[in-house]
Design a protein around this ligand. Structure first.
Ligand SMILES: [Zn+2]
Length: 260
């Protein structure tokens, strides 16, 4: 009699308990499924977002790069014709003092003489640029085999000096004298042809105040600035850089690498 009275409520409680457990299990399963599907979708960036944030519109096919990698108030400093034991280390120290980076367009003959400077440039977080073995400003007039040897020779010199793995993302033609063949060979070797948008004219040795004035007047967001750490007496460039770096920082410029 007592059992008959008590049985229905106990059965009811067990049924409730079992159904609660079943509902909980199915909820856990469904939540874990939606989590597994949802997380990659949630972390996936909006289409196009990273492109807008990090890169500039690509230059016309084959045109040398003349802008910084990032858009905004950035400049890319480039130093040509080194490395040079007298000037390259001084320039690296100035860059470090002002938190700046730069790209060094090196000549193969200089790289062979001073491989330790290539290592130093890389160790300081700078980028390498192939500037041919011989710095032949008549390169566009040479035949394809000669052009190829001059470009790939300097690339090998840089890789040997920097111990192999270091990237060489840019090639700059001596004197900025380009041809379709030069651009095609540089591209084939994985290097972006690198031009400039501001010529400091430091190579004319006009005195450091003139170099400073030229850059101050011509600089603009996205500028790629041509300077020299080798190929002659570069005291004027070093003196000009000591003034230009704090001035650029005061103008709100940050330092970047050229686009690739
Ligand atoms: Zn040069």
């Amino acid at each position: 009699m007592r059992y008959q009275v008590l049985r229905p409520p106990y059965c009811y409680r067990w049924a409730v308990l079992i159904s609660v457990v079943l509902v909980t299990i199915s909820l856990i399963i469904s939540l874990s499924w939606s989590g597994a599907e949802g997380s990659p979708v949630a972390s996936h960036p909006e289409p196009g977002q990273p492109i807008r944030a990090t890169s500039t519109p690509p230059p016309a096919p084959g045109a040398p790069v003349r802008t910084t990698a990032r858009q905004g108030r950035f400049v890319a400093l480039t130093f040509d014709d080194g490395p040079d034991p007298a000037y390259t280390p001084k320039i690296l120290d100035l860059l470090a003092q002002h938190g700046a980076v730069a790209t060094f367009c090196m000549v193969g003959t200089q790289v062979r003489r001073h491989p330790e400077l290539v290592e130093l440039v890389v160790r300081r977080g700078m980028r390498l640029c192939d500037h041919t073995v011989s710095h032949d400003e008549e390169l566009p007039k040479r035949n394809e085999a000669r052009i190829s040897a001059d470009i790939t020779g300097a690339l090998s010199d840089l890789r040997l000096a920097a111990d192999g793995d270091v990237p060489v993302p840019y090639f700059r033609a001596p004197g900025g004298n380009w041809s379709e063949t030069i651009i095609a060979i540089a591209s084939r070797e994985g290097m972006a042809p690198l031009g400039w948008s501001v010529d400091s004219r430091d190579w004319t040795l006009p005195g450091s105040p003139a170099i400073v004035a030229t850059v101050r007047q011509a600089v603009h967001p996205g500028a790629v600035i041509l300077l020299h750490d080798g190929g002659g007496q570069r005291r004027q460039t070093v003196a000009a850089l000591a003034e230009l770096l704090p001035w650029l920082v005061a103008q709100g410029y940050q330092f970047d690498f050229p686009a690739t």
